[in-house]
Design a protein around this ligand. Structure first.
Ligand SMILES: Nc1ncnc2c1ncn2[C@@H]1O[C@H](COP(=O)(O)OP(=O)(O)O)[C@@H](O)[C@H]1O
Ligand SMILES: O=C(O)C1=C[C@@H](OP(=O)(O)O)[C@@H](O)[C@H](O)C1
Length: 354
């Protein structure tokens, strides 16, 4: 593969992109940051979000207005906190890149873009880079060349990204499976966005299931990817309502598939430096906490972790050796020259002379 990043150099955060959230599209207005709705007292920039329903019925418009109100409140409340925290985290990170790992649909791309905007780090998406380089969709790479070939490309992309600092990297859900990939990702901080399969399935159902080859129904899983556990019980969380009967079937299949994959991958994800839960409460219980809230959780977790690490480094530097009683009889003790009795020194000198 020719140099990937020469062809697609990491960009400073591009704010033109929309983000899909539940059934709404969030569009940054006037090309500004995605994250906040209101002018912050401390910030010079006005940050703004606009909510648009994916379809345009009257009911959608009313819902969009309600969603906008909720967002205004959520983002407004978060904005000051995030800005303050982001400045501290950025200083502590000192250019270390963040690698986001987690299952399909955990929000690595969505949250990654937000973090990129907050920290002013370029955002890189390994799946996107693979598609741009191969000039094929992930789905077609899986179908035509197989999963093994996709995994090779994934590692090559991670190799190309590794020398860059100050990036937010969204990885594919299966990147954690290869030891070699860990060697590359550990040049940065690895953050696991961890969510229940029911939540992930609800999101995947809203998207196009067929765009994720490992979830597409007609496709059998590749040998390296999942161990089949047909009797597995589905998680107890209810399917998002209302679902048509055929959707319910798809939903249950997707939950089961995700559960199988998660069981196989959990131990790998657990190696991450930071675990960030996706779960949300109340209105957010089906699809998880809003992406901005997850981004905030990532920043809090990072800050806490960086402080803990600094404290334990400090502790290791400031140790003193204390005597814990008598030295065992079996241990020979060599006295330092300064402590050796004068007589012994004189004996040595006279031996040397003779
Ligand atoms: N916090 C969130 N709440 C609700 N939906 C979300 C959230 N984060 C992501 N999504 C949606 O879930 C789907 C998958 O998100 P994406 O960022 O592509 O995940 P990944 O990159 O991990 O596969 C997208 O439709 C996205 O809009
Ligand atoms: O979990 C996986 O093995 C995969 C996840 C996908 O990425 P996302 O996690 O971004 O959906 C993509 O890399 C490919 O379909 C395989």
């Amino acid at each position: 593969m020719t140099s990937l990043l020469a062809a697609f150099p990491p960009q400073q955060p591009q704010l033109q992109e929309s983000v899909r959230l539940n059934s709404y599209v969030l569009r940054p207005t006037a090309g500004r940051d995605l994250i906040c709705r209101q002018r912050s007292a401390r910030s010079k920039s006005t940050l703004s979000l606009r909510v648009q329903p994916l379809s345009a019925s009257k009911q959608d418009a009313a819902e969009a207005a309600a969603a906008q109100d909720r967002l205004t409140a959520d983002f407004g409340a978060l904005s000051d906190k995030i800005e303050e925290l982001a400045a501290e985290v950025k200083e502590n990170l000192q250019g270390t890149s963040l690698y986001l790992v987690g299952m399909m649909g955990s929000g690595k791309s969505t949250v990654g873009k937000i973090l990129g905007n907050i920290l002013k780090y370029p955002f890189l998406d390994t799946d996107g880079l693979i598609e741009s380089t191969a000039k094929m969709s992930i789905k077609d790479i899986f179908a035509e060349d197989g999963e093994a070939s996709f995994r090779e490309l994934e590692t090559q992309v991670l190799q190309e990204i590794m020398p860059f600092h100050s990036c937010i990297v969204s990885t594919g859900g299966g990147a954690v499976l290869k030891r070699e990939n860990w060697g590359l990702m550990q040049h940065g901080i690895v953050v696991w966005l961890s969510g229940d399969p029911t939540l992930l399935a609800a999101r995947a159902m809203r998207d196009d299931l067929s765009s994720r080859p490992l979830l597409a129904r007609q496709q059998q899983s590749q040998p390296s990817t999942a161990t089949s556990t047909p009797d597995q019980e589905l998680s107890s969380a209810p399917a998002p309502e209302p679902l048509r009967p055929e959707e319910k079937d798809d939903y249950e299949h997707t939950v089961q598939k995700l559960q199988q994959l998660l069981e196989e991958r959990q131990q790998h994800y657990a190696f991450s430096d930071l675990h960030v839960p996706l779960e949300g409460e109340g209105k957010d219980s089906h699809f998880g906490a809003p992406a901005a809230v997850v981004a905030y959780r990532v920043l809090c977790g990072l800050n806490q972790r960086i402080k803990q690490d600094a404290a334990s480094r400090e502790q290791m530097r400031n140790f003193e050796i204390k005597s814990s009683g008598d030295i065992p009889a079996t241990m020979r003790v060599q006295q330092a020259p300064a402590q050796q009795p004068q007589k012994q020194k004189q004996q040595r000198k006279s031996r040397k002379r003779s």
